[in-house]
Ligand binder design. Structure first.
Ligand SMILES: C[S@@+](CC[C@H](N)C(=O)[O-])C[C@H]1O[C@@H](n2cnc3c(N)ncnc32)[C@H](O)[C@@H]1O
Length: 225
């Protein structure tokens, strides 16, 4: 069963919260070719998006995981807030990246938080970044709630990934769902994402697929209209 407090499969949550699971996720990005490729492509897209946005005062990275994007994001802002549901991910991230104080003021902050009920006021952070969470959320309601929370907390921009219902990877999966009883992917329709953005007062600036073949992830940039 999934709900607000257990939004993804228990086994996955347990894995991310264990030291072994968190270390394994970090090691995958050092050792596995497909992870290295997608990391490289995500950074290239993020770079394009931040070229538009420019340097900002604050960024919230939720979920931050072990801090894969921490050093990249830190160069784009003055204050970086790293948040994750998993205590283990947050402490691994903090151990690797630290507070990095400047003139005695920490430039990186760490928080254990859920992206479905972010413990921050409306419009309190310039940019909210949320990579690779949506496709883990097991219901449409939770995936939409996640987006609404990002739009609520961001003052200027949201950068978020989701698994596109119209991606080739999902269309092929739908065939296997029908013919072989495979489990459906946790997807969102691109037009539904744009509609939710509009409701929250945002416009989609860019929405680029991570890869056309082999991945259904889309990386979107939304700005307050
Ligand atoms: C696939 S990892 C992505 C981490 C990071 N964004 C990246 O791209 O490397 C998914 C992360 O989501 C975290 N997570 C799961 N449910 C969450 C929730 N409701 N709120 C915040 N983080 C959550 C997990 O602990 C895990 O670190």
């Amino acid at each position: 069963m999934t709900n607000l407090h257990a939004p993804m499969q228990q086994s996955k949550l347990h894995n991310y919260n264990s030291t072994r699971g968190a270390e394994a996720y970090k090691a995958d990005y050092r050792n596995k070719l497909h992870r290295k490729w997608s990391d490289k492509r995500e950074r290239a897209l993020l770079n394009q998006y931040f070229t538009r946005i420019g340097h900002v005062d604050s960024i919230l990275d939720l979920p931050c995981g072990h801090g894969r994007l921490s050093d990249f994001l830190r160069t784009r802002c003055t204050q970086l807030i790293e948040g994750d549901w998993s205590f283990t991910m947050v402490s691994l991230n903090q151990k690797d990246h630290g507070p990095e104080p400047k003139a005695g003021v920490p430039q990186r902050h760490y928080v254990r938080a859920t992206a479905l009920e972010i413990p921050l006021p409306d419009r309190s952070v310039d940019v909210v970044v949320s990579f690779r969470l949506s496709h883990h959320l097991e219901s449409q309601e939770l995936r939409e709630r996640h987006l609404r929370e990002l739009f609520r907390v961001a003052r200027k921009h949201v950068i978020v990934t989701w698994f596109s219902a119209t991606s080739l990877k999902n269309l092929l999966r739908e065939v296997r769902v029908k013919l072989a009883g495979k489990k459906p992917k946790n997807v969102l329709r691109n037009d539904r994402v744009r509609a939710l953005a509009k409701e929250a007062g945002y416009t989609q600036q860019l929405a680029k697929p991570l890869f056309l073949i082999g991945s259904g992830h889309v990386l979107g940039l939304f700005s307050r209209s």
